[in-house]
Design a protein around this ligand. Structure first.
Ligand SMILES: [Zn+2]
Length: 670
């Protein structure tokens, strides 16, 4: 009785609002595709629903029809478009589950909502939706409504309508869908970006089980059948219907947009949106080329990732999530991987801001740290053993000494080092442990590229981002991303770390050929995880940061190569090509930083008989003031020509130090 009054009221309302002509919605013009552009205005791809394959209801398997009704609107054949009982049940279940497990919208309501293109969610629109719902119910039979619905709804991966979905995921027509397949597909429309099996097979299976249980509850199938379906092995295809360039990047932004517009996917796919992105198709081509060349002749199962950012803005310029998108859609730039020694610069940045300098001396030797849970931690260098000699921090970083890094971490404090990793851009959990600089906490290549960009950008952090702006067909801005740069490191600290990391790419560093290969000022760090499992190279110029990872998807399968061997060549190929039209430039030296030549054994001013000398950057006033043993004044004059400023101070200090000369290592400790 109550329901009849309710329906009657809506009918009256619909007649009252006669402006809402149903045909206006059902005979929509050809929908406009949405376009995705790169940062230079080049078209990356078009997203549309051109691949929609209409199907009549008798060409949809009974299981499919039953399962969609079971999960979306079990009283579909009983209500008049709006279902107060369904709304109450959904409310009750959601309260019990403390979250949204069931929507209250009927299939007819969802269809009405889908027929709108207008993104604005106003009260007026809600009312229009209700009116359209009632009109649909009056004009069409239940089967016609179900048929329209099944042809309209979105199943993820670019698949609109049940026929396209059946073809996309199971390579068969909708009439041949079995119970297990039907239940999996029926689970998708509620949240296509989450429940589609290409996004996460285990989530899709859990969702399938919920659909099957509901079917049992409604008496559509028995327990035994449900169990059989749950145990049936399904291998849904993951290849999306659309062909795209920059497929990993494009898929990721479509995923993000689908999540953002999940209540109005019609707008995304047919609303004629213009999506402006940060990608640079030229750099993307350079990345893909580097990948092709870098993996040529290697084990086909070996894979990897490359992501490049503009450090000045955080814009993602190139993204290669794997070797071949058609074979594997898994985006490795977004997956958590042990970063190895690429984590060391975070600790060193913390050290520079806590009283240490590039010339601070720490000895690589056997050392034992007692652990909280009992036992001892005895760090060793990468290939085992110790150097048994002192290192300056600069040399320790560019040679990637493990023992020095762990000792330094102990001195600075692991929680301080972890805090620096986070503030520079690592968003994954960083464990404040002694082995932190060896990369024991996992991080994604994109996070690592973001954190290194902080160094490239003089200590100012930018969040990596994909989309700059989205406008609708009328040119109205639906959203716009505004970067929020944040200073997280002193400019001088960033420069000093960059100076240390330029050493990695030169003779004596862990990737000695790279500097010559790229032919422009660049800094970077190699990473090789235990047993040569994963190989990394993350590097930057003032204009571009790129993280390269090479490894196997398979757990416990190692590359057998170092970051320098496996990842650095890809990095230099990419940087060289990507920046070929950008003039080379030096990292700008901030005021208050000076460069001096020091002896790597004691951290004192180089000269005289000590022929091993390295140039290092210091905050002015913290540079060494004493000369190494055997230094002569003639050498000092030569050195001064290398100093970029503060030369006069050095002469003064040199003269002062001549009086109380000392080269004891202890002086430089701390
Ligand atoms: Zn060592």
């Amino acid at each position: 009785m109550c329901r009849k009054i309710f329906a009657a009221a809506l009918v009256a309302l619909s007649i009252f609002l006669s402006g809402c002509n149903i045909d206006k919605y059902l005979n929509v013009e050809v929908p406009a595709a949405s376009k995705i552009f790169d940062a230079n205005g080049e078209l990356i791809t078009i997203i549309s629903r051109e691949n929609k394959l209409p199907v009549t209801l008798d060409n949809v398997s009974l299981y499919m029809r039953q399962s969609i009704i079971a999960i979306e609107d079990s009283r579909f054949y009983k209500h008049h478009g709006i279902d107060p009982v369904g709304i109450a049940r959904a409310l009750y279940r959601n309260i019990n589950a403390r979250g949204i497990v069931e929507g209250g919208s009927t299939i007819t309501q969802q269809l009405a909502k889908n027929l709108f293109l207008d993104p604005r969610r106003t009260v007026g629109r809600k009312l229009e939706e209700l009116v359209l719902t009632v009109q649909l119910e009056r004009k069409y039979t239940k089967d016609e409504i179900l048929s329209m619905y099944l042809n309209e709804i979105y199943f993820g991966q670019g698949a609109y309508g049940i026929e396209t979905a059946a073809k996309t995921y199971f390579n068969k027509p909708a009439k041949d869908l079995g119970l297990a397949e039907s239940a999996m597909l029926a689970g998708i429309p509620r949240a296509p970006s989450i429940f589609n099996p290409a996004a996460d097979p285990s989530v899709a299976r859990d969702r399938q089980a919920i659909v099957l249980d509901r079917m049992v509850e409604l008496g559509m199938i028995d327990e035994k059948k449900a169990l059989q379906a749950k145990n049936q092995f399904l291998q849904p295809s993951k290849v999306p219907a659309q062909i795209m360039s920059a497929p990993y990047f494009t898929s990721e932004i479509i995923r993000q947009l689908e999540q953002k517009y999940q209540d109005n996917l019609e707008l995304l796919y047919s609303g004629g949106l213009t999506i402006y992105t940060t990608l640079d198709l030229n750099m993307q081509a350079a990345a893909e080329k580097a990948f092709m060349e870098g993996f040529r002749g290697k084990d086909p199962a070996l894979n990897g990732a490359l992501v490049a950012l503009d450090p000045k803005t955080g814009q993602i310029k190139a993204m290669v999530g794997g070797k071949d998108y058609n074979k594997s859609q898994f985006n490795r730039t977004l997956s958590k991987i042990q970063p190895g020694s690429t984590f060391k610069p975070f600790l060193y940045a913390a050290a520079i801001e806590h009283g240490y300098t590039a010339g601070t001396i720490i000895t690589c030797e056997q050392v034992s740290f007692s652990q909280a849970g009992g036992g001892f931690y005895q760090p060793e260098d990468f290939q085992g053993g110790y150097h048994n000699r002192p290192f300056t921090l600069k040399e320790a970083l560019y040679t990637s000494d493990n023992v020095v890094a762990v000792k330094l971490n102990d001195m600075v404090g692991p929680s301080i080092a972890a805090a620096y990793a986070r503030r520079m851009g690592v968003t994954s959990v960083v464990q404040p442990v002694l082995s932190l600089p060896l990369g024991t906490s996992e991080a994604t290549p994109i996070e690592m590229a973001g954190a290194y960009s902080t160094l490239a950008n003089g200590g100012i952090r930018n969040e990596p981002y994909y989309i700059t702006k989205v406008t609708d067909s009328a040119g109205r801005i639906l959203e716009e991303f505004r970067p929020g740069p944040e200073r997280v490191l002193d400019e001088k600290t960033a420069y000093i770390i960059t100076d240390m990391l330029t050493g990695v790419l030169k003779t004596g560093g862990t990737a000695p050929g790279v500097s010559n290969a790229v032919g422009r000022p660049a800094a970077g760090k190699t990473g090789t995880t235990e047993n040569y499992m994963d190989a990394w190279f993350i590097g930057y110029t003032p204009d571009l940061t790129a993280a390269v990872y090479v490894g196997y998807d398979e757990k416990n399968k190692g590359t057998g190569q170092t970051g320098s061997q496996a990842a650095a060549p890809l990095w230099s190929m990419f940087i060289k090509e990507a920046l070929k039209l950008v003039p080379a430039r030096e990292f700008p030296t901030p005021r208050g930083v000076i460069k001096v030549n020091i002896c790597p054994d004691d951290g004192l001013l180089a000269g005289g008989l000590n022929t091993r000398s390295i140039e290092a950057a210091f905050v002015q006033g913290t540079e060494p003031q004493a000369l190494c043993p055997g230094a002569g004044s003639g050498v000092i004059i030569k050195q001064l020509t290398l100093l970029n400023n503060g030369g006069r101070d050095i002469i003064k200090r040199y003269l002062l130090n001549q009086k109380n000369f000392s080269c004891g290592k202890k002086d430089m400790l701390q």
